[in-house]
Design a protein around this ligand. Sequence first.
Ligand SMILES: *Cc1c(COP(=O)(O)O)cnc(C)c1O
Length: 430
Amino acid sequence: MTETNSHSFATLAVHAGAAPDPTTGSRVTPIYQTASYVFRDADHAAALFGLQEFGNIYTRIGNPTQSVLEARVAALEGGSAALAVASGHAAQLLAFHTLLEPGDEFIAARQLYGGSINQFSHGFSKFGWRVAWADATKPETFRAAVTEKTRAIFIESIANPGGIIIDIPAIAKIAKEFRIPLIVDNTLATPYLCRPKEFGADIVVHSLTKFMGGQGNSIGGIVVDCGTFDWNGAPHRYRTLVEPNPSYNGMVLADAFGPMAFALACRVMGLRDLGPAIAPLNAFLILNGIETLPLRMEKHCENAVRVAAFLERHKAVAWVNYAGLPSSSNHALATEITPRGAGAVFTFGLKGGYEAGKKLVSNLKLFSHLANIGDVRSLVIHPASTTHRQLTDEQRITAGAGPDVVRLSVGIEDANDLIGDLQDALSGLA
Ligand SMILES: *Cc1c(COP(=O)(O)O)cnc(C)c1O
């Protein structure tokens, strides 16, 4: 690995974790399309299996293309180590699997990606993990939700789908008071707009599928260990981290691996046993995407401001919820949490309600109607009839996905063309 961690963000986005391939000289990190790796000798094999030495064993647990991706995202987030996996949801699963035992609880913001609300309420309950919901716009509601069994707090930095900016420092303060790790899903912001560690997060997760990869071509996720949480000092026992591990000769991961223990535990326990490994090709595509992250995020944010300002003035539009607009009640927080821009995903409401929302998505031509965000292409969705369909009306409204709501993910095309497309589609509503 080249020692680049003292460089600035744009340099790290291109170089962190990568070096020319030692055997071929290949400048671009190759796709190591292999399931397994030859050991040097029997002692080497034993050292790898015993965690005395790090190296490649089997692609379910790690792969050289994936390792570069992990080192790069860890550098961009300012973390100590990372684990890349098959999807954003797999990253969340492994983070919680490392922290929780059956019967444990965690507190999550109500303002989340719809898929995360499903994962937490349905998928996770089968493991015996209980979620308590709090209101991310009212940090004190997290304090009120803490019980004896609370083992983690989970929020998004920019919350999906409403595009609201969350007061991470206020929620981090409560997590620290109870010595509970704070997990921040930084998918919508990316470390270019916000580095949750600087605001007190202990663990950062991403869906790499979105702005990080940036081109809508592969699913991936990552867990970043900020290296900040004192597992041994916590009042609760995080068993995976602090108890002797029978599958590694009684090793205590928190003692052996210090600030990298959480990421390592997610790999050698969670990924090893649950199995959601990222494909080497996807790691490669996402890694290439990250190289242009700063350029893309600048353009995404610039276009989003222009599109939001246009919508705010349109007579068919009831309201625009974009923290990047000076008129937004969320704007002051945005200047503190995401000073380079408030992201490119936001919602607006149509005076014509549910039917107008459905009509608008069919009228648009440049904006693709689909369930994704963070693509170079502009995207649109009507959450109430799609992503947030499974939720109750109350959950939908608190998640910012009421009947009249349309969500945009503004791409990097020419802003005038995007505005023209919206203009035509809105005229067609009358
Ligand atoms: C898409 C998304 C996820 C889930 O990620 P996948 O890669 O689809 O599994 C989690 N959180 C947020 C904010 C997302 O947008």
